[in-house]
Design a protein around this ligand. Sequence first.
Ligand code: ATP
Ligand code: MG
Length: 615
Amino acid sequence: MLVDPHATCVVLPPGLDLGAGRGRKPGGDSFSLLTREGCLEGVLLVTLKTRRRLEAIERSSLEQLVYSASHTLDVIQLLEERRAEVEKVTALHRMADQSRRQIEAVFSAMPDAVLAVDEAWQPIFANEEARTLLSLGSICSSGSLDNTSGGGNLTSASGSPLWALFPAPVLEQIEASLRHAADTRSEMSCTIRWPSQADAPERYFAMRGVGHGSGTTVSLQDISRQIEADARDRQAAKMKAIGLLTGGIAHDFNNLLTVIMGNLELLQIDEGGSRHDSGSIEDAFQAARSAADLVHQLLAFARKQPLAPRLVNVAQLLREMTGLIKSSAGPLITIALTFDCASCHALIDATQLQNALINLAVNARDAMADGGTLTIRLSTTVITADSPPERDGLQPGDYVRIDVADTGYGVASEHLSHVFEPFFTTKPSGAGTGLGLSMVYGFVKQSRGHVGIVSTPGTGTTITLYLPRSLDSTANSTASVAVESQPPSGNGETILLVEDVDLVRHQTARMLRRLRYMVIEAADAQQALSAVMCGASPDLLLSDIELSGGINGPDLAQRLNVILPDMPVLFVSGYADDGSLNGNLVEPGQNLLQKPFSFYQLGSQVLNTVKRSVL
Ligand SMILES: Nc1ncnc2c1ncn2[C@@H]1O[C@H](COP(=O)(O)OP(=O)(O)OP(=O)(O)O)[C@@H](O)[C@H]1O
Ligand SMILES: [Mg+2]
């Protein structure tokens, strides 16, 4: 630079310019550093060793230097401003990134599938659920919100619109309404049925789409469990309604059949087969017996059959009836019995359990016309509040579990929800009444258990019974089959007969008299109590459980027990009301005669009860 080498140059900030701006002076000079806009940034102070003025060439060099410095200052300032701007933008990016991550976290945590599409129906965001459901995982590198910037691609390879990601039947259902929501910036909602894939069951989703101008947001909530629960509730309500109807009809039929059968039986006995129409009487009697069986099955389904619950060792019962099961299943079927518990007890009606198992074995036989294996597995299980909902209705506790599995043709899925309904049968006319499984259903439910069915067409069917387990194993009883012979008669003992249906009472009284008993008839509990108060001292109370007049059979028995503590009681019932189920009214082991009863059954039950009380 063309300046005196002994000169000193100092740049001073504005305000400390020590005479700058005051013009030239001997021994030095000062130069202002100005920005583009003319603002004073500082002062270059030049001091010479000698007292002289700056040469023109020195001055011009210094002025150039000051100009360059001012320019450099401008550049620095500009850079500063840029840096600040860059920092601001970076901070904004960071904030945007953070909020994006937060939104993603919220969407990922949602149990619903959430998906956003642009105006061309191309997915631009999908949370984890949506990617799994719509199989987006395989065609996109990430499901993040910034897919629009090219980081990943959520669209399908063909670039097809949103609905192409849904299975065919769903696609048709949603396309029009989604388009409408997008065009009108409105909301659409519908329930969609997702077809079952591979082994997975069918699913249901509540779908909601909101059009917002720059695209559409879609959410899918899995409501399969709710739909299943509703279907189960509807099925249970339907079964209950059918049960009420059949139970009511069966109840009235029972009383009528008691009278019809009793009279036919008396006719048969009176004439001893000497009448020319004895064949007709026998036919009528047979028909009445068939009707009684039918009524019994209907009552069983309606959970109204009078049960005689006893403590039964189910393992022993199964072992004892192996032969019966084998003969019911037929020679083509291999029977495999598996016991996961050597002994387990349940408070149930053993005869009804036997009937249920025979019904299941016969069904299995019919399903394996060309042979197969029938496996019966006995185990115990504990039901907790968390147990799967398909065992709904079961109280938490210990249960005896019986699985009856066959390798037959299975049940078609559309039939599965109907198999327990009365009269549902797929068998040819005359081959099945459709009452077998409904009887099993009613018996198990009435015993406070549960019955479930799992079936795969072509592979086989498993029916599972759950029966409340009794941890008391002190008693044991299996059903004994009564063999009818000559009706056992009495010896002039007095029977207090309480029955509110006149026809039935008259008929029963007639049979009892024929059996050589004295009979006091009462149409309700009040009449029975009056008779005893007036001095009657019967040897047996024979009373219907359900009585009109406000006092039922078991209540009457209790009141009479105060006056006549040694008098035995035999209850009669054709219909177990909810209050009398399984011994709520009739205690386990108490004497119970089921309507319609035969002359023999009446005679032997009455005689047994009277005899037992004498012992
Ligand atoms: N093990 C099984 N395998 C395949 N289908 C079965 C099986 N058990 C029951 N089903 C189906 O359920 C229907 C109803 O059975 P259910 O036992 O109630 O009546 P049914 O056997 O047809 O007649 P019934 O038992 O009164 O003689 C049957 O007709 C059959 O379609
Ligand atoms: Mg059957």
